[in-house]
Design a protein. Structure first.
Length: 94
């Protein structure tokens, strides 16, 4: 079994992967929203709104992972600050 520090690093890396996925989802939603406005495409605008739920779900997933990492691993101050920053970034993206 790897040391606790390596386990925390792996879980933090997985968390960041989810955060980048959320960023990509938001980025695509913004581009789609702009395209729907330019084209006055109601169907595309509706699609953007419907896909917002998946962005919200990704935010809750990131938030849950951050809280779980803090609660279960008792990380040092630097790691806690990084995890809290990740949670705030996710909330702003959402």
């Amino acid at each position: 079994m790897p040391p606790p520090e390596q386990m925390l690093d792996r879980r933090e890396n997985r968390l960041r992967k989810h955060l980048f996925e959320q960023f990509d989802m938001v980025d695509q939603a913004l581009w789609d929203a702009l395209a729907s406005l330019q084209a006055a495409d109601k169907a595309m605008a509706r699609s953007v709104m419907e896909n917002d739920a998946s962005i919200n779900n990704k935010h809750y997933q990131v938030e849950h992972e951050c809280v779980e990492l803090i609660a279960m691993n008792q990380p040092v101050a630097r790691d806690v600050r990084e995890l809290l920053s990740d949670m705030h970034i996710s909330a702003e993206l959402e």
